[in-house]
Design a protein around this ligand. Structure first.
Ligand code: 9WO
Length: 260
């Protein structure tokens, strides 16, 4: 798949191609990344990309013309490689993205990510060129670049061949709508804390059952909203019930009754 990023700071994206899972996927051609600087599309002598907001107030707004020209150039370049790219604007006003959105984004062949700066972009540019507006969380950054990189990281690692193991992404935290189980490696005892015995048992069915139970229990404790959204089948309910009984003594029977 292909990402075209519209940004005043293309250098920031070098971090993605330098090391890690995403860098490897880019080198292998599993994903492509092209940056477009709207400053190069400004037609005045000063290469102006921002202007004062109508109505007054502090700060600046990104001008339509350079952004529009950069988006249209990215669209043409992507189309020439067979990608009918969609345009997404990263902003705190966007729809919050979850793991299911990352899977949907990964299933589209091309995206043009618009990383804004200043106070944002002229609303008419959003109306005329932006297909989707995305948020990665309820906070304000100094620009959309880091948010675009977060989305690219979350999406590219899902592409076939990006991770070592074929099913690693399925086993992820959130892969199945549940939080991940705890993980352990050597030594067997550290600071007086032992690895749970089941993990040393060699009984693969028992290990799978324990991991599933831990994932269910932790999701119930930390993210009951995720359990409500996903629902559980009878076998998972039984595992979770057992987890609650193990966790709670007889004094906390009330907490154990609490539904997700
Ligand atoms: C800056 C600013 C300065 C003074 C008064 C109000 C202000 N609002 C903003 C602002 O929201 N700037 C944004 C910076 C404009 C769009 C790009 N920027 C951005 C994107 N910040 N945070 C994001 C973002 C994107 C996706 N998910 C979470 C946050």
């Amino acid at each position: 798949m292909r990402f075209d990023v519209i940004t005043l700071f293309p250098e920031q994206f070098r971090i993605l191609s330098e090391e890690g899972v995403v860098a490897r996927a880019l080198k292998r051609g599993i994903a492509d990344l092209v940056t477009w600087n709207p400053r190069g599309f400004a037609t005045d002598a000063q290469h102006t990309v921002d202007d004062r907001p109508y109505g007054g107030g502090p700060g600046m707004v990104m001008k339509v013309e350079p952004l529009r020209a950069a988006i249209d150039a990215a669209k043409s370049a992507a189309a020439a490689t067979g990608c009918e790219s969609r345009v997404a604007y990263l902003s705190p006003q966007g729809r919050p993205l979850g793991q299911a959105d990352m899977r949907r984004i990964a299933a589209t062949s091309g995206w043009i990510l618009l990383a804004g700066r200043y106070e944002g972009v002229d609303e008419r540019l959003i109306e005329s060129r932006v297909d989707e507006e995305w948020s990665i969380g309820d906070y304000v950054l100094s620009g959309g670049e880091l948010a675009a990189m977060v989305v690219m990281d979350a999406v590219i690692r899902l592409l076939p061949g990006a991770l070592g193991h074929a099913d690693s992404a399925l086993q992820d935290s959130h892969g199945d709508g549940l939080l991940d189980c705890p993980h352990y490696t050597r030594p067997e005892v550290i600071d007086g804390r032992a690895v749970p015995a089941v993990l040393l048992s060699g009984d693969h069915a028992a290990i799978e059952r324990w991991r599933r139970q831990q994932a269910l229990g932790r999701t119930w404790e930390r993210r009951p909203d995720m359990l409500r959204a996903r629902g559980l089948d009878a076998a998972d309910w039984a595992l979770l019930d057992e987890y609650k009984r193990g966790r709670d003594g007889p004094d906390t029977a009330q907490a154990a009754e609490q539904e997700p």
